[in-house]
Write a protein that binds this ligand. Structure first.
Ligand SMILES: NC(=O)c1ccc[n+]([C@@H]2O[C@H](COP(=O)([O-])OP(=O)(O)OC[C@H]3O[C@@H](n4cnc5c(N)ncnc54)[C@H](OP(=O)(O)O)[C@@H]3O)[C@@H](O)[C@H]2O)c1
Length: 381
């Protein structure tokens, strides 16, 4: 790199750093600008909960959401006077990340830059942001998470999928170690080949991914662990939610099909441990609180099959369970571009032992919570 380019890069980083610092202060309500009116206005929107203003307090008492720049939401549940940890969330607009941002607003000082604000593949930009913000914790939910689409890049270590799922978490781990921040990186059950029928996968079972998505995620896990032994890699499985998001999940696909009176394939000979999204977010919160280092599985405490999953949804919503077509795994698998693990089930004993039994629950108990959530949500799909 020549001197001119280095200078340009440094200037860009400095500018980004200033922007990030400014944004951080805005969001934590600590803007120390000259203009007092402007400062009060910002405090209203970004919530200095250590010294909340009246409007924010009213919103908090009414349990309302306050929306800040970049679409970051502060969910006011409880006004707390203790110092809150600074948490940067990457991928905060995604299926998992958007719920983390919603649920954690009252607990942490959150900075969740959108893709438009920070391209996570711009390594210098990410470094500038973290160096300016100096968070206590970084949570990585940015990913190339479309399993079938990822297959088009199989073998391409210069491609976007590998950059997002492998190189990015590795780089984040290096940066977090440098600034002494705890990192939670989210991964997947697809790191396993699903040939283990006897029992659910434990964290130390040998991975052997079948898809490029799984392979790139496994590479990301390893790079994180190498660069930052204090970091946590949390594998989640088939998160599902009653809240609408552009990215759909199996439960909402079922509802859509069954409500339209259309058949849906339900695989009968697969074993899965899907996690209710809110449980996964609470579990990640606990990992942050405990600063757990290493691999952790986050899933339901017992298993089901996609066939039983879909039929249970139909029964609970008064829809026609007869539309769920019993389908062998091999027949379903043949229709997908990416190979999937058959016995894709995660053992959560480690989580329960480390954190306690109150967060992860049986699949039927998760479905109870899911039904309650969709009943209170206007738009189901
Ligand atoms: N959903 C599942 O079924 C599932 C299952 C197991 C594990 N996981 C894991 O859970 C994590 C979250 O997955 P998800 O389902 O929430 O995925 P998602 O909905 O596709 O979200 C991915 C996020 O990454 C962001 N992103 C992608 N490229 C970016 C870039 N270059 N710069 C900045 N942001 C970028 C996206 O923002 P834009 O949309 O604005 O680009 C989005 O916020 C992933 O690690 C995934 O492997 C998911």
């Amino acid at each position: 790199m020549g001197p001119d380019r280095r200078l340009a890069g440094e200037e860009a980083r400095e500018q980004l750093g200033k922007a990030a610092e400014h944004q951080w202060r805005e969001r934590s309500g600590q803007q120390r600008g000259q203009d007092q009116d402007q400062q009060e206005d910002q405090a209203t929107h970004f919530g200095d909960l250590t010294r909340p203003d009246e409007e924010l307090l009213r919103a908090c008492r009414a349990n309302k959401e306050v929306v800040g720049v970049g679409g970051v939401r502060v969910c006011c549940g409880e006004v707390s006077s203790h110092k809150r940890e600074k948490v940067v969330v990457f991928g905060g607009s995604g299926f998992v990340g958007s719920r983390a941002v919603e649920l954690w607003g009252a607990d942490f000082e959150l900075l969740a830059p959108t893709h438009a604000e920070v391209d996570v593949l711009d390594s210098d930009g990410v470094a500038a942001l973290l160096n300016a913000a100096r968070p206590d914790v970084v949570v990585n939910l940015a990913a190339g998470a479309h399993v079938d689409a990822a297959e088009a890049e199989r073998g391409d270590r210069n491609g976007r999928v590998y950059a997002l799922n492998a190189k990015l978490p590795g780089r984040l781990a290096e940066l977090c170690r440098e600034i002494n921040a705890y990192l939670v990186h989210v991964s997947t059950d697809y790191v396993f080949d699903g040939r283990q029928a006897a029992r659910a996968y434990r964290e130390d079972d040998p991975p052997n991914p079948l898809s490029w998505y799984g392979e790139s995620k496994l590479a990301g896990e390893r790079l994180v662990q190498e660069a930052h032994p204090g970091a946590c890699v949390a594998r989640i499985e088939m998160p599902f939610s009653g809240r609408a998001h552009a990215r759909t999940d199996f439960a909402r696909i079922c509802v859509g099909r069954l409500e339209a009176g259309e058949p849906i394939a339900g695989v009968t000979d697969q074993r899965i441990t899907p996690v209710f999204l809110d449980d996964a977010i609470h579990a990640l919160h606990q990992l942050i609180a405990h600063r757990y280092p290493g691999l952790m599985h986050v899933a339901a405490t017992d298993w089901t099959t996609p066939y039983e999953y879909a039929r249970s949804i139909a029964r609970r919503l008064g829809l026609d369970a007869g539309l769920v077509q019993p389908t062998p795994f091999e027949a379903f698998s043949a229709t997908r571009p990416a190979q999937r693990p058959k016995y894709s089930w995660l053992d959560v004993t480690r989580f329960t032992n480390q954190v306690g039994p109150s967060i992860l629950r049986t699949f039927e108990a998760e479905l109870d919570a899911w039904v309650a959530q969709i009943s209170s949500t206007v738009s189901r799909v």
